[in-house]
Design a protein around this ligand. Structure first.
Ligand SMILES: [Zn+2]
Length: 223
């Protein structure tokens, strides 16, 4: 995710300042009585400006909301899957259990409040995630039995549960060089097919490993 903002030239005859955009976002959020604001809600609740214009001005819709202190999360449309994916992304990024305050900044894309509303508390959210990722949650999004979800050999991209299992098995460290984001911030772990997918490698726990971006790049260069 980029935090970079790019400037958009003013449309002649319609000069709108950043301050005006922010003021209108705040106005609509207050009017709607919410602390999160989707583009759809902004329009339907009487937002004055074009959502695309706002998003371009600040780099993204989320960045625009951040700029005015409105949560980036779209609570209405947000799914458990997205909440869990965000937690896994943080776990993978930090190489350890994420902390509540880390929801507030990248790479997190969901703020704390949707977790609290859905799961009651941060601890509740973490427990729900671990239950889900370990495959013990009652409600799974897919009807498939857990075995097929875990092996997931039909597609190239491993499921959340499979990625979690790979990272956990590898203790969130690179299988080639032992680098860990928990020890060296900035180390980026990838999930790698040991036998490449293009050469018939399966998307299974046995054929997947955690590699840091450096080792992963080195591997793909020698293939
Ligand atoms: Zn490595």
């Amino acid at each position: 995710m980029t935090k970079q903002m790019f400037k958009v030239g003013r449309v002649k005859g319609a000069p709108v300042s950043d301050e005006e955009l922010i003021a209108d976002l705040k106005r609509v959020a207050e009017l709607a009585g919410v602390d999160t604001l989707s583009m759809k809600l902004y329009k339907s609740a009487g937002g004055v400006f074009d959502c695309g214009t706002i998003a371009r001005r600040f780099g993204s819709w989320s960045e625009a909301l951040k700029a005015c202190g409105v949560s980036a999360a779209n609570e209405i449309d947000i799914t458990d899957e997205r909440l869990f994916e965000n937690l896994l992304a943080l776990w993978q990024h930090f190489g350890r259990q994420p902390r509540r305050r880390e929801l507030a900044s990248p790479p997190s894309t969901v703020s704390q409040s949707p977790y609290n509303r859905r799961f009651g508390s941060w601890v509740g959210a973490l427990n729900a995630f671990v239950d889900y990722a370990n495959g013990t949650a009652v409600e799974a999004p897919q009807q498939d039995d857990q075995l097929s979800d875990i092996s997931n050999s039909a597609g190239r991209d491993p499921s959340l549960r499979l990625r979690w299992r790979v990272l956990k098995r590898d203790r969130f460290t690179c299988c080639a060089c032992g680098a860990s984001p928990a020890i060296t911030p900035g180390v980026e772990l990838h999930i790698d097919h040991i036998v490449p997918w293009s050469k018939g490698g399966q998307t299974t726990l046995e054929n997947l490993q955690s590699l840091c971006s450096t080792c992963n790049l080195g591997k793909s260069n020698t293939e």
